[in-house]
Structures are given as C-alpha cells and as structure tokens.
Design a binder for this molecule. Structure first.
Ligand SMILES: Cc1cc2nc3c(=O)[nH]c(=O)nc-3n(C[C@H](O)[C@H](O)[C@H](O)COP(=O)(O)OP(=O)(O)OC[C@H]3O[C@@H](n4cnc5c(N)ncnc54)[C@H](O)[C@@H]3O)c2cc1C
Length: 337
C-alpha cells in the first residue's frame, strides 16, 4: 500500500512537495488554513545567486543558484524573464567592487551546471550572467528612447537610467540575470495539477490544530478532520515552529518581518527590471527592493525600519519554544494587511 503523507501549509514549499510526491504516486493530503494556495507576495524575485544579500556565504549563494534553477525548471511558465539591477547607495561604506568576486564565482558555477546539464541554461548564456555599467553609460542610456520589448541589458536599463537620481548611487551599476517569479501563476498551475492527481487531496480552509506522534505514525486534527499518516511535512512558513512545538521538536530559527507596498505608477513604461538598492542590512539605509508588476503596478519591499515602520521585526526562538513570536500588531498586519 502507498505511504500516506500529510503536508501542512499550502505555500510554495507545501504545494511543490505535494506536486513532487504526488507524481511519485504517494498518497498525499495537503492542509491549508486559508482559502487559497500561495498567499504571499504575488510577484517575487528568483534568487538565482542570492546577490540580494551581501552578508551570506558563498556556499549559501551557490545553493540559492542551484535551487532557483531547479524551481525554474519545475515552473518554467511562471518565470518573468527580466534582469535585476543592483545599485549601492552613494553613502554606503563599501564599494560595488566587493561583489565582483562572488559574481565571478557564481558565473563559473552556472557555466559548470550548464555544461553538465544543458537544460539548466534557464538564465541565458552563462557568460552574460552579469554585466557592469559605468556612470557615463547610464547617462547615455537615459537619453535613449525606451524599447517596446527590451532584448538586452542595455535596453532593460533605459527606464532605470531615466528615473534614477544619479547622485544617490555608486558606480558601476550591476545587472545580473536574477529573474522574477509570478506566484499567481505558480499557485494556479500547481493547484490545477494537484486537482488532476487522484492520489492527492487538497483541503483548503483547514487549519491543523493538533499533531501527535506515535511510534510509527502521526495523528493530525484539522477542523472536523482527523487522520493518521506515515509521514508529515511541516511547511507552515514563519509558523513552522507552532507545529514543531506540538511535536516537541527543538529547532533554532529567526523570523524577520518584511513589508511590501504596492502602488499604481501609471506613467511607468511597461518593461522595468527589478531594482535592488543594495544598502547594508540592519541599517536605516538597508536594502530596498523595487519589483515591477504588470499593468503599471510596482511593489516596494524591504526589511528596513523606514519601510516596515516598526521596531522589533526580527525575533528568535527561545529555550522553551521553536516558534519565534512576532508582536501581536505585526501578526495582525500579516493577517489583514
Ligand atoms: C513582502 C515579502 C516579499 C518577499 N519577496 C520575496 C522574493 O522576492 N523572493 C523570494 O524568493 N521570497 C520572497 N519572500 C519570501 C517568500 O514569500 C517566502 O520565503 C515563501 O513564501 C516561503 O514559502 P513557504 O511555503 O515556506 O511558506 P508560506 O508561503 O508562508 O506558506 C505557509 C502556509 O502555511 C499555512 N499554514 C500555517 N500554519 C498552518 C496550519 N496550522 N494549518 C494549515 N495551514 C497552515 C499558511 O496559511 C501559509 O499559506 C518575500 C516575503 C515577503 C513577506
């Protein structure tokens, strides 16, 4: 008889686990407490190299590159092919050159991945993984007309060059092939694929409120549902620790609140790259991320206080609990915006 797997959480990790295990023929049941699958920010950044984070290790960057390529291979229809621009604020204590060594390492890793498995060439030619633009080039580009359908980094950079305050950033500006992810599309396509699998059941609006572990199985309760499973996958995002606490699993983790503001910029040209103002994290001039949506909408998201508008956004586990607890006001914001 096929093994029974329960997945708690219908975010991107839960539905991807359900898809993969469902394809392998396992008996899968997914529980999501909300009405819809994937309820996070609809347009996201594919961290193909993790260049967003200057403080993470080379190994973590390589893992992000590999995982992003795996993700893009699974959901090719949901990848928004547009590059990411990285600009350091002019008052940053560091220089853009500090990123070059890592970018070169990632380019070499990507080249090697493509050599071994040609279907990994999701991010275009490996030689073009990143490109540098000087101040003079950006000034030149600011005078050019915007391309209707940008075909190269230069054309993608034109709207940025026309709008950026040249005095507020350092040069060179880096353009890297970290694309976007359309999570509306991931949620919709994965939802349809899961519905078509007879061995997979998806329970929406079922919050798991109790889990117990016996010798060889897990007993799980969600609303009126009660069932036994051979395996349990805990995919509850920042609330993973709630289930860990029910099972007595001790984990150390941190949770950081990130805020996003979406706005209509009707004058905006239709094709913008993603833009990262790559400030030092944890400082008031920390990282700010500008993500283009379709239809003229844009999203500004970040963890710096000027964007989150709150203190104590970073919380840790304690000896008693594997669930780092954000303040009640932040939990309310996450629930109701
Ligand atoms: C503003 C913002 C911008 C972001 N931008 C990016 C980006 O550009 N690129 C990127 O890669 N990442 C980005 N992220 C992070 C990304 O959204 C998360 O890493 C991702 O959503 C994690 O997926 P997950 O499936 O692990 O968890 P989640 O997406 O949090 O999903 C967990 C699910 O579990 C459900 N759940 C919780 N408890 C229970 C329970 N007891 N019973 C049933 N269901 C339960 C929740 O309702 C939720 O649907 C951003 C996050 C934020 C907040």
């Amino acid at each position: 008889m096929s093994k029974k797997v329960a997945i708690i959480g219908g975010g991107v990790s839960g539905i991807t686990s359900a898809l993969i295990l469902g394809k392998l023929g396992l008996d899968v049941t997914l529980f999501e407490r909300k009405k819809t699958l994937i309820s996070g920010p609809p347009f996201c950044h594919l961290h193909a190299g993790g260049n967003l984070y200057r403080e993470i290790s080379d190994e973590q960057c390589i893992t992000l590159l590999e995982q992003s390529i795996d993700f893009a291979k699974l959901y090719p229809q949901s990848i928004d092919k547009r590059p990411t621009v990285i600009a350091l604020p002019s008052d940053d204590p560091q220089e853009p050159q500090m990123l070059f060594r890592r970018l070169e390492l990632l380019r070499a890793m990507y080249k090697e991945m493509v050599r071994k498995q040609p279907d990994c060439a999701i991010l275009g030619e490996s030689d073009n993984y990143f490109e540098l633009f000087s101040k003079e080039q950006i000034i030149e580009l600011s005078k050019e007309p915007e391309a209707r359908h940008p075909k190269n980094n230069r054309e993608w950079l034109i709207p940025f060059a026309k709008n950026v305050d040249i005095k507020s950033i350092k040069f060179p500006v880096i353009v890297v092939q970290e694309y976007g992810i359309n999570l509306f599309s991931v949620g919709a396509s994965a939802g349809l694929a899961l519905e078509s699998m007879p061995n997979v059941r998806v329970y929406r609006e079922y919050e798991v409120t109790n889990v117990q572990r016996d010798k060889n199985s897990f007993t799980l309760e969600a609303s009126s549902y009660r069932g036994e499973f051979d395996y349990l996958i805990n995919s509850c995002g920042f609330q993973t620790g709630v289930i860990d606490d029910m099972l007595g699993v001790k984990e150390k983790r941190m949770v950081e609140f990130k805020a996003a503001f979406t706005s209509l910029w009707s004058q905006r040209s239709p094709y913008w790259p993603e833009i990262i103002f790559h400030g030092e994290r944890g400082t008031p001039r920390g990282m700010g991320q500008f993500t283009p949506y379709c239809g003229g909408f844009v999203q500004l998201h970040a963890m710096t206080q000027d964007i989150t508008l709150c203190k104590e956004c970073l919380v840790k586990t304690t000896q008693q609990s594997s669930y780092p607890k954000l303040g009640t006001h932040l939990l309310k914001t996450i629930e109701s915006g």
